[in-house]
Write a protein that binds this ligand. Structure first.
Ligand code: FE2
Ligand code: FE2
Length: 176
């Protein structure tokens, strides 16, 4: 069947009754599910590492009385945590298991956990991590193509927010 052809109603109805235990996964799901789950779990690890790094930076910047940066770090931390929840939910919908194991978290993640000593180093490391996330999410979106539009849309939403984060950090870097 080519992408442009539509399935007739009788076939759609009949197919939907097969394998109902699969929930949201229907016969028309054309992505490599194992591969998609791997990408989702690597991204979950990335978000968790970014959450932890931003939380560290939030507390350290507060100690440095750098309130503008601290507020930004806290906001980003909360948004990375929300991304991790969205990814875990999608993993469950696809019949996988979200990997929250702290062991090996930093090696599963694309982005790194770098503490940094000065405020400028913290902002720089956060910006580098955002740029890694942006590139990896963009590649995942291309990989998914039209095979899993829901997962692709999720990554598109997250990507847009990572681009905002990178932009915020680039502004902070100019002022620091
Ligand atoms: Fe994120
Ligand atoms: Fe981010």
């Amino acid at each position: 069947m080519t992408a442009a052809q539509l399935t007739d109603v009788a076939t759609l109805r009949q197919r939907a009754r097969q394998h109902i235990e699969e929930g949201a996964i229907t016969e028309g799901y054309s992505a490599d599910r194992e591969e998609v789950l791997k990408l989702l779990n690597a991204s979950l690890a990335t978000e968790l590492v970014c959450y932890l790094r931003y939380k560290r930076h939030y507390f350290m910047a507060t100690g440095l009385k750098a309130s503008v940066a601290a507020a930004e770090f806290l906001e980003h931390a909360q948004q990375e945590l929300a991304h991790s929840d969205q990814l875990a939910e999608r993993i469950m919908q696809l019949g996988g298991e979200p990997d929250f194991n702290p062991e090996g978290l930093t090696s599963r993640s694309h982005a790194e956990y770098v503490e940094g000593e000065t405020l400028k180093e913290m902002i720089t490391e956060d910006l580098v991590a955002e740029r890694i996330a942006i590139d990896s999410y963009r590649e995942i979106i291309t990989f998914l193509g039209n095979d899993d539009p829901t997962t692709r849309r999720l990554f598109e939403e997250i990507l847009a927010q990572e681009e905002e984060h990178a932009d915020d950090l680039a502004d902070l870097l100019k002022d620091s």
